[in-house]
Design a protein around this ligand. Structure first.
Ligand code: SAM
Length: 460
């Protein structure tokens, strides 16, 4: 049966499943302190479960001003992310597997996946909210038909073409150098702030028409006109400061345009296929709040490592079931994080705790990520200093037993030897230490303080 004929069935089946679905279970997992830490959320897990959670458990139905998604494109390929192990001259880069965009059962399976999520997006948006779906030639024609059905033909606003320069071409067709962004409103009265762009005069000379303001730059004379729907913006280049090493990272400039046109400071925006966190990074810079999600460990760890240096505060949520399935992602055993802990009494109420991270024991030698040669090199580096495998660690000196607040966060990729954190603490309480390895897996160790002394370790 042709795909066109299958579309009504895909829509109906997706709607039925969507209506019957219950909320996924997500738990706050860690607070990365900073401005907006309780409003900005990053979730690790499946985005459909998360959307249902936002609506049914977090009370966020109908509260999003703008949702941007950049899902897999139906390219039938796998994508990687660069992982940096160690630092300085010894730094070594491995290509890790980030996500898969392969669909054994073809386009119908892909469209079903996306259709379910489009229903979720529609329900999360405010009446004046808008949605942007970032795709390319592989499937945009079918997705536009689905969006016409889900949002309404009359809610279509624009098809924005993002054109760029990049390597790679073919002798069999014109070089494919653009992506397509489908832009729809939830209601008729959607919020939109028109933007201006330069339009150079013919011959780059002044026209001097009455009432028309003209400007000049190094190229020549121009007027300001309303922004058109074809945007020429550079991709994130190899030497760009924005580059995270995540394969399909999009430029912040693209998100700035979308955010400025469709949101105001303080508005809530979402990205449920967030990859390396481009929407969150751009939204934070423009003082918008954000909620993002990705199911990949590497995506989430790239996002965290990008947002912390930017001073962005946020809460990390974790889908419960992931840690039951992927046992190497979480360890509460005392052996994985090696510490020297020294506690000095100050008086009968307070002590000073000094922690030194001396090493750690990753759960496995990253076998599913790296090739044989890479594994050997990783093994060597890990042998030299296991801290080469640490992306970051953080300490919550006042751990409440549930939610780790990384009050002291250190990005220590490849730092050598002495990594310390110290603080005055009470004589009774718990201290939680979290560590994220180069592959985005989390480890935790909890210290118990009783009467100003370190007691036996507790298991979380
Ligand atoms: C094209 S990438 C996004 C790149 C991102 N815009 C950026 O600038 O880095 C698509 C992302 O969707 C994620 N993804 C795919 N299916 C998902 C699902 N069901 N739930 C959550 N994330 C998903 C993948 O892990 C991948 O990181």
């Amino acid at each position: 049966m042709s795909l066109l004929k299958k579309l009504p069935e895909i829509l109906e089946k997706s709607k039925r499943e969507y209506d019957e679905m219950t909320a996924g279970t997500f738990v706050p997992w860690e607070i990365c302190p900073g401005e907006g830490e309780d409003k900005n959320w990053l979730a690790r897990g499946d985005n459909l479960d998360f959307m249902k959670y936002l609506m049914e458990s977090a009370g966020l139905k109908g509260l999003f001003q703008m949702i941007y998604i950049d899902p897999p494109f139906f390219s039938q390929a796998d994508y990687g992310a660069q992982i940096r192990i160690g630092e300085g001259e010894e730094q070594f880069r491995v290509r890790g597997r980030a996500y898969s965009d392969t669909w054994e059962r073809g386009m119908a399976e892909y469209l079903h996946m996306l259709c379910l999520r489009l229903y979720g997006i529609r329900d999360l948006l405010k009446e004046e909210g808008t949605v942007w779906v970032h795709l390319d030639w592989h499937c945009v024609h079918y997705v536009k038909i689905l969006m016409d059905e889900i949002f309404g033909e009359d809610r279509f606003i624009n098809e924005v073409i993002w054109t760029y320069k990049s390597g790679g071409t073919s002798k069999r067709h014109f070089a494919r150098k653009h992506d397509t962004l489908l832009f729809y409103g939830k209601g008729k009265n959607y919020y939109f702030q028109p933007m201006k762009e330069k339009s150079y005069n013919r011959g780059l000379k002044p026209y001097r028409f009455k009432g028309v303001e003209e400007y000049r730059d190094e190229t020549g004379w121009y007027t300001l006109v309303n922004q058109k729907d074809v945007w020429q913006l550079d991709m994130v280049g190899r030497t760009s400061g924005e580059r995270t090493g995540y394969a399909t990272q999009k430029p912040e400039a693209l998100l700035f345009r979308i955010l400025e046109a469709c949101t105001r400071p303080g508005d809530l925006c979402g990205d449920f296929f967030c990859g390396s966190g481009t929407l969150a990074a751009a939204a934070g810079k423009l003082e918008r709040n954000w909620i993002c999600c990705d199911q990949g460990n590497l995506a989430v760890s790239h996002t965290i490592s990008r947002l912390i240096p930017q001073g962005e505060g946020f809460t990390l949520f974790q889908q419960d079931e992931m840690y039951e399935v992927d046992t190497c992602s979480y360890s509460d055993g005392a052996s994985s994080i090696m510490l020297d802990a020294e506690i000095t009494a100050i008086d009968d109420k307070q002590s000073f705790l000094n922690l030194k991270l001396t090493g750690f024991q990753p759960e496995s030698l990253l076998d599913h990520h790296a090739g044989k040669k890479d594994r050997e090199r990783i093994g060597q580096l890990r042998g030299l200093d296991s801290l080469n495998m640490v992306e970051s660690w953080s300490v919550d000196f006042h751990f409440d037993g549930k939610l780790h607040r990384g009050r002291v966060v250190q990005q220590i990729r490849g730092a050598k030897g002495s990594i310390t954190a110290g603080k005055v603490i009470g004589n009774h309480g718990r201290v939680s230490i979290r560590l994220r390895d180069s592959f985005g897996r989390d480890y935790q160790r909890i210290l118990e303080i009783e009467g100003g002394r370190l007691c036996l370790e507790s298991k979380k």
